[in-house]
Write a protein that binds this ligand. Structure first.
Ligand SMILES: N[C@@H](CCC(=O)N[C@@H](CS)C(=O)NCC(=O)O)C(=O)O
Length: 210
């Protein structure tokens, strides 16, 4: 069994997709929680390749960049499609999720009070991209690419969970996405994790906004 460790602040943030992936794949991991005070001291920041967290350990191999970590886990657990074409499509979806996540994080951390309402108004455009992607694969009845789960599914579902907290009705005009989130979230190990304190008590973002 791989020895996985997440080194991160006490938030779901950029690590919840990897937690969903590891949970669903039956992998165990440890959490090394970095407090704001420890981070402020600067040693950990100086040691981080890009001066930021998360870091992730697979045994004695330490890596940075949340999407590289997701891809590493995808290679370990066969979550990167069945052939090169599927792998490229999965990358394409994941890059789209990253673009969407960056917009979300910008609003949360830089413009929550003044920008939240306008952000929510733009959501149908963002969500429409993913609704159409789903529709183009098996009529939206399965996964976002191919016929098996991939790391992009965990990343997309995590970001949709955050949006359902921000704007609970945001998926009402998107029947495929709505059913997809419910379907993935009700996979037995995920359902148990999502209702656990480990998930529910961990804040979504570091500034308390959600
Ligand atoms: N592209 C990086 C972004 C990492 C990032 O933004 N980390 C934030 C927390 S989510 C951080 O370390 N903030 C503290 C700092 O920059 O000093 C990734 O995906 O891992």
């Amino acid at each position: 069994m791989p020895e996985y460790t997440i080194i991160y602040f006490n938030v779901r943030g950029r690590c919840e997709a990897m937690r969903l992936l590891m949970t669903d794949q039956g992998a165990q991991w440890k959490e090394e929680v970095v407090t704001f005070d420890d981070w402020q001291k600067g040693d950990l920041k100086r040691a981080a390749v890009y001066g930021q967290l998360p870091a992730f350990k697979d045994g004695d191999f330490t890596m940075y960049q949340s999407n590289a970590i997701l891809r590493h886990l995808a290679r370990n657990h066969d979550l990167y499609g069945k052939n090169p074409r599927e792998a490229t499509l999965i990358d394409m979806v994941n890059d789209g999720v990253e673009d969407f996540r960056l917009k979300y994080l910008k609003m949360i951390y830089q413009n929550y009070e003044n920008g939240k309402d306008d952000y929510i108004k733009t959501l149908p455009t963002e969500l429409g991209h993913f609704e159409r992607l789903l529709a183009s694969n098996n009529e939206g009845k399965g996964f976002v690419v191919g016929d098996q789960i991939s790391f992009a599914d965990y990343n997309l579902v995590d970001l949709l969970h955050n949006h359902l907290v921000l704007a609970p009705d945001c998926l009402s005009g998107f029947p495929l996405l709505c059913a997809y989130v419910k379907r993935i979230s009700s996979r037995p190990k995920l359902e148990a994790y999502l209702s656990s304190d480990a998930h529910k008590k961990r804040p979504i973002n570091g500034n308390g906004k959600q």
